[in-house]
Ligand binder design. Sequence first.
Ligand code: FES
Length: 103
Amino acid sequence: MSFINAVTVDEIEPGTGKTIELEGQAVAVLRDDAGNFYAMDDACPHAGYTMSEGEIDDGCVECFAHGARFDLVTGEPDSPAHEPLAMYPVEVDGDVVKVDLHA
Ligand code: FES
């Protein structure tokens, strides 16, 4: 495990997300209404739109472009996407959200 600092907790309101660049890679960090953080590849595997603009609900994020829903734990999608999102472990350390891109 090699967690690196991604964002601070107060940078992302519950129910929203943000695209950040980590090690040259675009990563979407999302926060659900319960305050849990998730990290994934920013590009939707369907047509490449950003996942950080997706709606977060019921353990899933829904891509704003064409509505594919991805499980926030497994990254598995429903239609029209067919490939899962790469998900990354997240650790909250005080007010810092850390992501491991190499787990
Ligand atoms: S780009 Fe995400 S569902 Fe089409």
